[in-house]
Design a protein around this ligand. Sequence first.
Ligand code: NAG
Ligand code: NAG
Ligand code: NAG
Ligand code: NAG
Ligand code: NAG
Ligand code: NAG
Ligand code: NAG
Ligand code: NAG
Ligand code: NAG
Ligand code: NAG
Ligand code: NAG
Length: 290
Amino acid sequence: MHPRRRPFRDLSLGFLIATALILVRAPAARGAVDPSYLSCSSTISCGVLQNASYPFWGLTRASYCGLPDFQVTCLDNTTPLLNISNQNFRVLQFNDTTKVMTVAREDYWNTICPTSFVNTTQEITSSFSYTSDTLPSNLTLYYGCGGFPNQTTIQITLPNCQFNCTINGTNVIGYFITKKVSDIANAAAFSSYFGGCNSSVVLPATQSAIEEIQSSPSNTTVVSAIDEGFGLQWTVDETCISCHASGGQCGRKNRSGEFLCYCQDKSYSSTCSGTSVVILEHCYDDFGPG
Ligand SMILES: *[C@@H]1O[C@H](CO)[C@@H](O)[C@H](O)[C@H]1NC(C)=O
Ligand SMILES: *[C@@H]1O[C@H](CO)[C@@H](O)[C@H](O)[C@H]1NC(C)=O
Ligand SMILES: *[C@@H]1O[C@H](CO)[C@@H](O)[C@H](O)[C@H]1NC(C)=O
Ligand SMILES: *[C@@H]1O[C@H](CO)[C@@H](O)[C@H](O)[C@H]1NC(C)=O
Ligand SMILES: *[C@@H]1O[C@H](CO)[C@@H](O)[C@H](O)[C@H]1NC(C)=O
Ligand SMILES: *[C@@H]1O[C@H](CO)[C@@H](O)[C@H](O)[C@H]1NC(C)=O
Ligand SMILES: *[C@@H]1O[C@H](CO)[C@@H](O)[C@H](O)[C@H]1NC(C)=O
Ligand SMILES: *[C@@H]1O[C@H](CO)[C@@H](O)[C@H](O)[C@H]1NC(C)=O
Ligand SMILES: *[C@@H]1O[C@H](CO)[C@@H](O)[C@H](O)[C@H]1NC(C)=O
Ligand SMILES: *[C@@H]1O[C@H](CO)[C@@H](O)[C@H](O)[C@H]1NC(C)=O
Ligand SMILES: *[C@@H]1O[C@H](CO)[C@@H](O)[C@H](O)[C@H]1NC(C)=O
């Protein structure tokens, strides 16, 4: 006697509100509460990041209560940092309802002269998507542009887009470009010119921040544009929604990373035992036995 399950997809907020959840049969009588369930029941707060739960972890939430790219640490008890694939991002805005946050590279906070040059991790797009106002590759910073070997044969005018850094006690000349490098006309001449630089770093920025740099190009507008951050969106999958609806807390296995639903008695692979979750797509769907 199993309730009929219906496939469901596209669990947008609106759909969730319109969704009817029917819990059949109460959970079995319980003894001691599972400590993993307790850890994953706690929410974390630091600065603008308030009441975060799965897939976030860190602070009071054990690593098995979240996903690897969602580790939160709290700098000076006020600034939430997110460690995405070994790169720290400062969380500037956080909205658990819309699942959107604004983040900025911690190593570029208040500076365009970090001690080492690294691109934003590619890994970021496996756990998040950029919000529509974010341009992932319109801002490129070139560093160590001392000896352009071909500059006598190529004429490139770069008004106001030079900056200087002192890195490890050495003066480093840099340039910023606010266009996707791959789309630049005369790309060959361009890359030949910037081939004379030691390093380049591509940074995501919002469209309005890019426009601010363009309307007033200088090292200080680049710094404030980077500090405005960019938007990341995340999703919570259907398995977690069903686990939560059955009274569980979402998490994963310590080692394999496989999804687990932590319930008061123990953990289950999808939903708490003794509970069936029926999600109706329409109010007229039937859910009776049969
Ligand atoms: C966080 O949770 C607390 C306690 O439940 C509540 O008072 C507060 O409004 C919540 N904050 C946000 C931003 O959801
Ligand atoms: C990110 O987390 C990993 C694993 O916990 C840690 O080794 C690393 O130092 C952290 N990276 C940063 C930039 O904090
Ligand atoms: C999250 O976004 C919703 C919808 O735009 C808004 O109503 C709510 O106030 C926001 N919450 C926070 C904490 O900013
Ligand atoms: C500066 O020194 C640090 C530590 O020695 C090194 O890791 C880093 O790569 C250096 N930065 C540059 C731009 O050479
Ligand atoms: C950053 O990415 C650009 C374009 O993909 C690449 O040319 C550059 O070498 C990368 N920089 C570093 C420091 O890896
Ligand atoms: C590029 O890097 C090399 C090795 O770190 C250094 O010797 C050289 O001075 C750098 N060039 C410029 C223009 O900064
Ligand atoms: C950077 O330093 C060089 C030489 O030290 C100087 O000629 C140039 O004007 C400086 N550029 C900026 C933007 O300050
Ligand atoms: C971003 O780069 C693309 C092409 O590389 C360009 O069409 C677009 O106008 C740029 N956006 C801004 C705000 O400059
Ligand atoms: C300089 O120009 C020559 C010929 O156009 C090219 O082969 C070479 O790669 C260029 N050097 C750099 C550093 O871009
Ligand atoms: C911008 O450049 C000016 C002059 O070169 C320098 O005094 C200032 O410290 C720089 N500001 C930043 C934020 O790098
Ligand atoms: C995961 O590891 C922690 C500490 O190592 C342990 O307390 C917990 O019971 C483990 N959880 C599971 C589900 O194996």
